[in-house]
Ligand binder design. Sequence first.
Ligand code: ATP
Length: 267
Amino acid sequence: MSMLNAVAISAHCATSATHVAIETVAETGSTNADLMARLGGLRGPLLRIADNQTAGRGRAGRSWLSQPGAALMFSLAWPFKGPLHKMTGLPMAVGVALAETIVSLGVPVQIKWPNDLLRDGAKLAGILVETQNTGNAIWAVIGCGINLVMPDELEARIGRDVASAPWLAQMDRNQLMAALLSRLAAVLAEFDDTGFAPFAERWNALHAWHGKEVVLLDQGAVVRQGRAAGVDDIGRLLLDTSAGRVEILSGDVSLRLIGTQLSGVQP
Ligand code: ATP
C-alpha cells in the first residue's frame, strides 16, 4: 500500500539527482542502518525510503519514533572525495538543503544547530549523518525524518513538543521526495567541491535561535552557556559566553533555549 514509487520519484527529479538509485520499502528497522550495512557494495548514490521504521535512530543512540504513513523517512548514501575533516560541516549543509526545500514548498522552518528543523519552535524533522571510509571514498549516510502528521498517540510516545506539516502531507509523496532529493543532491555535490563555507550564510539566514541565550548539554549536563551567534565557515556553532566567543564543534551535544533544559534532562 506504499504511496511511494521509485520510478515516479525519479521522473520528478531535477538533473542534479537523476543518477541517484532509488528504492522503497514498506517497513524496516532503520533506513540508515540498512544503508550503512551495504556501503561496501554500493557503486553510486542510493536513496532508500520507508513508509515506516520500527527502530528509527537519532544521534547518540536516541530514537526517532514514527508510525506508518505519518512521516517521510529516508536515507541517502553518498560518496565524497573528502578529506574526512571536511565532513564535520556536512550535517549543517544537509540542514540547509532540506530547510530551503521545505520553506520553498510553503512551510516556514528554521534550523536548530546542528541540524534539527523546527517549526514554531518545535521539532518538525531530524537529521542523522553517519560516515564511513570504505577505502576508495568517504561515504555518508544521510538520514532524515520529517513529520507530516502527528497522531496523538505518537506525540504521547515522543513525550515532547513536536511539529508536523499537514500542508506537505497533502502533497504527492513522490513529488515531495523528488523536491527534497533534487536540492539535497545539488547541495551534496557542491559541498564535496567547496566544503561548508558557501553554505554558512544560507545556514545563518535559517538559524532558529539567533541571538538567543542557550545552554549546551552533554549527556544532560550543562557544559556551556551563551548567546547563539550562528555558524562559522566550517559549521561550528558560535557561542558568545561571559568569557568571550567560543566555537563548538558538532559532537554529541544538544542545544536548549535557556530555562527549558530542566524538563527531564537534568540529573
Ligand atoms: P535534541 O533534539 O534532543 O536536541 P538531537 O538533535 O540529537 O537532540 P536527534 O538525535 O536528531 O535529536 O533525534 C532524537 C530525539 O528526537 C529523541 O530523543 C526524541 O526526543 C525526539 N524525537 C523522536 N521522534 C520524534 C519525532 N517523530 N518528531 C520529533 N521529535 C522526535
